[in-house]
Design a protein around this ligand. Structure first.
Ligand SMILES: Cc1cc2nc3c(=O)[nH]c(=O)nc-3n(C[C@H](O)[C@H](O)[C@H](O)COP(=O)(O)O)c2cc1C
Length: 210
């Protein structure tokens, strides 16, 4: 398949207008099963080491959402101490667990057999799951659905909530999906002055940048 300039522009627009969406921006509107399947299908089309497709999903029910939210609140308050010099932390909304329509916990399924390409780089399986997550994020954006990634969570607690055994699975991400009031034109953390955008020339590792 040969893509046109228009296709390239569209891809670029989807990539640059993808945002992390949080509770201050989700609206109360249902995502259809068809759209959810599209998002899951895009994960299934991600690259994976040895074509192992090691991603697994838990579609979270409302009761479990509450448990995850309670755990988030505790972890958020604890992590506050690490950022005590930055007053802005208290005003940051860093999740949209309850405000979003669908929550998905993403797991890496550990393999008991050898995986092609994973012999020396054990974590390539986990990297594959992250590739799937980015596909989901971009596909959601193309469907005008927002996604937020919540990581202020303790994997052990999350495993307990979902009754998942850490010998078999590793918790990778907690994702919140929903329609939004708007998509910000820039990362919220940039807008709020938490971090600046780095320049490409400073990202190329040379002697002077190391
Ligand atoms: C691995 C990972 C973990 C993240 N965890 C959180 C989180 O716990 N809470 C949150 O509000 N945003 C989280 N984010 C979103 C980032 O803050 C966001 O991607 C970044 O600020 C850039 O903004 P943008 O995604 O809107 O472009 C996470 C993103 C990634 C890739």
């Amino acid at each position: 398949m040969i893509f046109t300039k228009k296709d390239q522009t569209t891809l670029d627009k989807i990539i640059t207008s993808r945002r992390d969406v949080r509770g201050n921006n989700f609206i109360n509107k249902k995502i259809s099963q068809k759209k959810l399947l599209k998002i899951l299908n895009s994960a299934q089309n991600a690259p994976s080491v040895g074509y192992s497709q090691p991603w697994r999903f838990v579609i979270v029910d409302e009761n479990k959402k509450e448990l995850v939210y309670d755990h988030f609140k505790k972890s958020y308050n604890k992590s506050k101490k690490k950022f005590k010099e930055r007053k802005l932390y208290n005003s940051l909304k860093l999740e949209g667990i309850k405000e979003s329509n669908i929550n998905i916990a993403v797991y890496y399924k550990k393999s008991k057999s050898n995986i092609l390409g994973q012999t020396y780089m054990k974590r390539t399986g986990e990297y594959s799951v992250v590739c799937a997550i980015l596909n989901m994020w971009l596909t959601a954006r193309a469907l005008n659905i927002g996604m937020g990634w919540v990581s202020i969570l303790k994997p052990k607690k999350i495993n307990k909530i979902f009754d998942i055994k850490s010998e078999d699975y590793k918790f990778i991400a907690y994702l919140c999906f929903g329609y939004t009031k708007e998509f910000f034109d820039e990362p919220e953390l940039k807008k709020l002055g938490w971090e600046k955008k780095k320049k490409i020339k400073n990202l190329i590792l040379k002697k002077e940048n190391k």
